[in-house]
Design a protein around this ligand. Structure first.
Ligand code: S3P
Length: 168
């Protein structure tokens, strides 16, 4: 039987990239909570943060997760990096599928995000220091919320894909 996978992890951990590749390869539906929120609000995430605030965005995250729990199709779901902050969200994600944490170091994440302009939380910050601090605050949430932890530093893409595939 097919199993749905919910990918969690910090911004830049590869949730969307790996999720898209795997869903095409295995004919799963690909879903991304940020995309669903942007469609719902008809504006980019940066704009939602700017005009409506982070709390409003966090409520939308829970709303879209709730909607996804009603879907019967097996899916690979990429979630926003802050999705694990609410216990309610963790329970919803676990009801959707196996929760896989793509773990990466601040160094790796800062490198992947160095040219990013789409993440409001990173705007105007020293990326490495900001990521290091925020990751330290969120580390336990990711690790406790996960069913499986996959370390991605210094691994090639194919090896990471293979590890995730073990849970499909
Ligand atoms: C956020 C991560 C982003 C997006 C928003 C907030 C966070 O998603 O949901 O900018 O709090 O870590 P990605 O992890 O897909 O970048």
């Amino acid at each position: 039987m097919k199993n749905s996978i919910v990918l969690i992890g910090f911004m830049g951990s590869g949730k969307t990239t790996f999720g898209k590749i795997l869903s095409e390869r295995h004919h799963y539906q690909f879903m991304d909570t940020d995309d669903l929120i942007m469609k719902k609000e008809n504006m980019p995430i940066t704009e939602i943060f700017k005009t409506k605030g982070e709390d409003y965005f966090r409520q939308l995250e829970t709303d879209v997760l709730k909607e996804l729990t009603h879907k019967n199709d097996k899916m690979i779901l990429s979630t926003g990096g802050g999705m694990i902050l609410k216990q309610e969200n963790v329970a919803l994600m676990k009801s959707i599928g196996t929760v896989v944490y793509l773990k990466a170091s601040p160094h790796t994440l800062a490198n992947r995000l160095k040219n990013d302009t789409t993440r409001p939380l990173l705007k105007g910050k020293n990326k490495f220091l900001f990521i290091k601090d925020l990751l330290a605050k969120r580390k336990d949430y990711y690790e406790k919320g996960a069913d499986v932890i996959i370390k991605t530093d210094e691994k090639n893409i194919q090896d990471i894909l293979k590890e995730i595939e073990g849970y499909l």
